[in-house]
Design a protein around this ligand. Structure first.
Ligand code: NDP
Length: 323
């Protein structure tokens, strides 16, 4: 037997139960990974509450780092003993060990420890595709980043600055504003009530070519009003709830805007993309251009407390669960 967090019903953090489960065996093309660290991500909340659907009972979690302890037939990309990490579905990472398709694993470079890997794979690969592919950020661009002191946020602030961009971050408290500034945000707006006016002031009226909004329902309208003509609205999360249906006519009225709702799954679905995106992430972390802030750790058995902190906006940077 092994241990995992299981949910039998959707609901609050209390539905996360630490239970005995049978030790899984790798099938053809799969590897068994013994987890050393598991990443906490906001998407875990969506699966717990039922905003994102899964059959029940289930084990949530999208990201972990550990050691390959067994492989199934036909696996030649990893071997027993390899240090590996992964990010993305299928869910099941809140466990001391799990099986997963071997072609979803990436080998960890020597300089990257398990906690850093578990903290950065999902949030860091997200920052990579958002800044390097969804909208290609160029030196001199001024960009808007919501939840700038969060897990994805602190990585985006650092990476965008490294690319030569000026980051306007949005956060909910002065303490988070200081943190975002210390990680590369040139300007930080506390609260979003007057966001378009603040962005107008900061940009001298030019507004921004791209807005990265992971907050969703509460900020969508203000974010749209921060865009320059032909600007791109990247709505990539629902921390405050999902964005209601959008009137496309609004995009023409506000200046021929672009709107996208991207996911990491699409941007890393091909093995070649997964390798390229993770390599780019390892390079910026190993060079020191981006540092991964593991600002909270919890025992995996206490995942409920970690969820409470994340939803109460009490965390900054990344959070890791320890089996
Ligand atoms: P964070 O560490 O950023 O935590 C969420 C933050 O959102 C909070 O700290 C808070 O920051 C802010 N927030 C604003 N409104 C609310 C609210 N009503 N309730 C709770 N938090 C709120 O989490 P992650 O780094 O894990 O993820 C950030 C976002 O990016 C999430 O929305 C996630 O779903 C999304 N995401 C999307 C991906 C994709 O490919 N589409 C991949 C990865 C993440 P503050 O207090 O400063 O407002």
């Amino acid at each position: 037997m092994t241990k995992a967090i299981r949910i039998h019903h959707n609901g609050g953090p209390e539905v996360l139960q630490w239970e005995d489960v049978p030790t899984p065996q790798p099938g053809p093309g799969e590897a068994l990974v013994r987890h050393e660290a598991v990443g906490l991500n906001y998407i875990d909340v969506y699966f717990r509450t039922g905003l994102y659907k899964s059959a029940l009972p289930t084990t949530i979690g999208m990201e972990a780092a550990g050691i390959v302890s067994a492989i199934g037939d036909g696996v030649d990309t990893v071997a027993v003993g390899d240090r590996v990490a992964y990010a993305g579905g299928p869910i099941g990472a809140y466990a001391t060990e799990r099986t997963i398709a071997a072609d979803r694993l990436v080998k960890l470079p020597d300089g990257i420890d398990f906690q850093t890997a578990a903290a950065m794979m999902l949030q860091g690969m997200t920052a990579q595709y958002l800044l390097r592919r969804t909208f290609v950020v160029k030196p001199g661009d001024t960009i808007l980043v919501h939840a700038a002191a969060g897990g994805v946020g602190l990585i985006m602030c650092q990476w965008a600055k490294y690319l030569g961009a000026t980051v306007i971050g949005v956060v909910s408290s002065p303490e988070k504003a200081e943190l975002a500034k210390a990680h590369g945000a040139a300007h930080v707006v506390v609260g979003h009530a007057n966001l378009p006016a603040e962005v107008k002031r900061i940009t001298g009226g030019a507004m921004v070519p791209v807005c990265y909004d992971s907050v969703g329902r509460d900020t969508f309208t203000q974010s749209i009003d921060c865009l320059a003509p032909l600007g791109m609205m990247v709505t990539f999360g629902n921390a405050s709830g999902p964005v209601p249906p959008v009137d496309l006519g609004m995009l023409s009225a506000k200046g021929s805007l672009y709107l996208t709702r991207p996911t990491l799954a699409t941007y890393t679905s091909k093995r070649a993309d997964l390798e390229r995106v993770s390599k780019d992430l390892f390079e910026v972390v190993q060079s020191g251009a981006v540092s991964i802030r593991v600002n909270q750790t919890f025992p995996l058995a206490e995942a409920a407390a970690a969820h409470q902190a994340l939803e109460a906006r009490l965390t900054t940077g990344s959070t890791v669960l320890l089996p």
